[in-house]
Design a protein around this ligand. Sequence first.
Ligand code: GLN
Length: 569
Amino acid sequence: MKKEIMEELSTKTDDHEFYFSAPKGYTPGKTKYVIITGSVISGVGKGTFSSCIGNILSLFHGYKVSPIKFDGYLNCDAGTLNPFRHGEVFVLDDGTECDLDLGSYERMINENLSKDNYLTSGKIFKMIIDKEREGGYLGRDVQFIPHVTGEIKGFLRSLAVKSEADIVLVEVGGTVGDLENSYFIEAMRELSYEEGRENVFFINVTYILEPRSLGEHKSKAAQLGIKNLMSLGVQPNMVICRSEKPVNQKVREKISIYSNVPVSRVVNCYDVENIYKIPVFLMDNGVDKEIIRCLGMKNNSDINRDNFGKWSQLIKKIEMKDKEITVGMIGKYTNVHDSYLSILNALEHTSPYVGAKVNVKWIETTEIEKGKKKMEDAMKGLDGIIIPGGFGKRGIEGKIMFAKYARENNIPYLGLCLGFQIALLDFARNVCGITDANSTEMDPNTKSPVVDILPEQKKIEGLGGNMRLGGKDVEVKKGTLAHKLYGKDIVRKRFRHRFECNPKYIETFEKNGLVFSGKHPKYPIMQILEIPKHPFFVATQYHAEFTSKPLEPEPLFLGFLEACVKEKK
Ligand code: GLN
């Protein structure tokens, strides 16, 4: 931040229009900002692109990168969003329920994020209204400018201080021209003025249309989108051209002329078959070099060759397709595949470690439930099944049938959250003989509440009627498959659930051969179950998928895929 601007802004009397917004300990100029906006249309992979930029700057250049995603909606977090409409609700270690892009960031940057890395309109407005009620604005009329934009800048600068980041990477959700993010873009304009242009780098991710009737790329929509951004006072430093096929030089030149961006910084980013290739592709196109040069930082890519090597290895292995397995996803939100994004990612980035390509087949349970389809037919060609998380009653009976089939036929089974509870219900009904066993989520009046909400545990966790959320320690029992895979006595995993194994039934389960291989370190909360002698029947009350990373795949996913390869008929 330039000295004179800083002095100007700190003038905090009623006679001024300024609203100073930097936390204590903020050192202007210490942190650089890379700000990513989108134009033309949403849903073209701005989040993926942003996480790849984070990946390059952190993994390959060794900078401390702290990403932040801004979402324009008025929800305070993603906890109340329906994954059927919005895609997976990702959960951070501190319990924040957020957009799935945060999951991409964690995977690509290989770091754990917190509530400070996620901002929505709802969250910012709530902060402001609470502050106003407490008299925090000293009698001023609270306005979009300078207060809302000021709080946003303050939020980013606080993140810079807390995370000690070299670079704060800001992804602005939505597209330029949306009402929801307009004030956020305005805040970014102010930020770049205050911090100085040498400290802020703007990237616009645009989409290049290719109407089928013309058979060529047309840049007009992109030009107009970028112009729209410029009319808000933001001059991009780089334009990323998203498209299906590579965009030619002429189209890039046209965009360059209209946007004041040198053609060397109008970069192609067409569809590739796996996202792990994108960082390398962007580096080949000099994207990182330009960002680093414009921000006056040091190019460290030579020092971090090692990580680059590991990454390239991963890509090579992904492309090796000598073996192939098919995993069945027994889910509910089966037409929105993004609702299980972290599981799909975990399968994809774990597959190279077992040397196999993993195909995913989506299975709806309703036909099985109605008896219209036979279990053998539904399971045909599947080398293993996953029952992922879910809420509500629909499809539950069918899922229990799948768990039973996998258990009885030695088919690898991985249960995640709801998949843990389903495994309990099958085992209770079909092995322990508690034929009416149920979860109180499905039947509040069941006489055999094997899965239940437990008030004493709610007190322990101090969460009232809410979900049990976020990262918690799991004690892993020695001598079990889980212990063999994790190689540790304690692991930290992420939860998002209300119901759990009713402790009254633990003894019955264990007597009948079920092993609880993971527990809460202090209380009788069961967190991992397994069936010995089965090739792989493991389920977790936590979401193992949330902590799987390309360079450190989740051990249970690894074990599951190894079993699928081994058991493949
Ligand atoms: N519906 C179950 C519960 O609330 C499982 C939740 C989940 O799968 N995330 O406990």
